[in-house]
Design a protein around this ligand. Structure first.
Ligand code: NAP
Length: 310
């Protein structure tokens, strides 16, 4: 017996920009298993080929750089008709407000906002009536973190784009946005494994879900966004409860209170200026994990900076 998702997606053409990695790749696998014809796109052809090999069953690849306007235009003309467009491609830049180079901020807006905007606009002429567009933002839009203000702002811009476009395209296509919390994907591949696992464990334990996300958790939400005909103009928070999590501030403040102010300052400043997590910063300073604990969580970092300012 077909599931409702198989019935809705079987034979449909789904284009996933960012489909060579992480949540885009997981969505490609899930959609393929549900009988869809999937095209994955991103900049690196070798990565696309490897992902296609992993996904199997004739997934098509179509390399594109979403920040290259002319390239996106000719790429879109070669797609054929598209039932659903998913854009998970992005790059992130972290850094304190006064430290993050403006060029890095601009590059992030190009990759995460302008690129998806241009991609949706160029695909629109070949998007079938009744189709859908799914963008990606992230939890920082509404749960900011010191040292990631620019990333929060670009996420908020993507959410506004999805909502506005849902109105502009009413009756033509549905438009939604997925807002993930922390999800274990290749996006963290550059972080040393030990640091990464500690970060996942630490963030996961702060969430109602008790863990960080897997790419498949998000793929399920994308499938829902593509198939639910009553869903448009929505931001789906798939974040393990990040937006409602308990900050446990009294506990954090106790931890912070037990550290010498100089250590807190060095860990917090290094974490912000080098755009790395507190644990990595602490290990660079030769501190133990326990000593880094207060700066490890994003919300801890805000509290650390708050204490320094007091
Ligand atoms: N992972 C998380 O914890 C998390 C949390 C909140 C929000 N998000 C958001 O969720 C989305 C998916 O994240 P993810 O973790 O799955 O990312 P990921 O594993 O890093 O994958 C990003 C994909 O985008 C492609 N890409 C990057 N820049 C591109 C460009 N200019 N043109 C075309 N393709 C481009 C990459 O391939 P190439 O390098 O080959 O181009 C890759 O396929 C992103 O929007 C991210 O910001 C992630």
């Amino acid at each position: 017996m077909n599931t409702v998702f198989e019935t809705a997606l079987s034979g449909k053409h789904i284009v996933i920009v960012g489909g060579s990695s992480g949540m885009g790749k997981a969505t490609a696998k899930m959609a393929t298993a549900l009988g869809a014809k999937v095209t994955i796109a991103s900049r690196n052809t070798a990565k696309l080929q490897a992902a296609a090999g992993e996904i199997g069953s004739g997934v098509r690849i179509a390399p594109v750089d979403t920040t290259d306007g002319a390239g996106v235009s000719s790429w879109a003309r070669g797609l054929g008709s598209v039932d659903h467009l998913v854009i998970s491609a992005s790059s992130a830049a972290r850094g304190a407000f006064t430290d993050l180079p403006i060029d890095d901020l601009r590059a992030m807006f190009e990759a995460k906002f302008i690129g998806p905007y241009m991609t949706a606009r160029e695909v629109l002429p070949v998007l079938v009536k009744g189709g859908s567009i799914t963008f990606f933002s992230g939890v920082l839009s509404r749960r900011p973190s010191a040292g990631a203000t620019g990333l929060g702002a670009v996420n908020a811009a993507v959410e506004a784009l999805a909502k506005g476009l849902a109105l502009e395209l009413a009756g033509r296509a549905r438009v939604n946005c997925i807002s993930p919390g922390m999800v274990a994907t290749e996006a963290y591949a550059a972080t040393p494994e030990e640091t990464r696992e500690a970060m996942y464990a630490q963030v996961g334990s702060s969430l109602p879900a008790g863990r960080v996300g897997e790419a498949e958790d998000i793929a399920q939400a994308v499938v829902m966004a593509m198939t639910n005909g009553f869903l448009t103009g929505s931001v789906l928070d798939v974040d393990g409860g990040h937006l409602v999590r308990d900050l446990r501030l009294p506990q954090v403040q106790r931890q912070i209170g037990s550290l010498p102010k100089t250590d807190l300052f060095r860990v917090a400043v290094l974490a912000s200026s080098k755009q790395i997590m507190g644990l990595e910063a602490a290990s660079k300073l030769g501190r133990t994990r326990a000593q880094a604990q207060p700066a490890l969580l994003t919300f801890n970092r805000s509290a650390v900076l708050g204490k320094l300012g007091s």
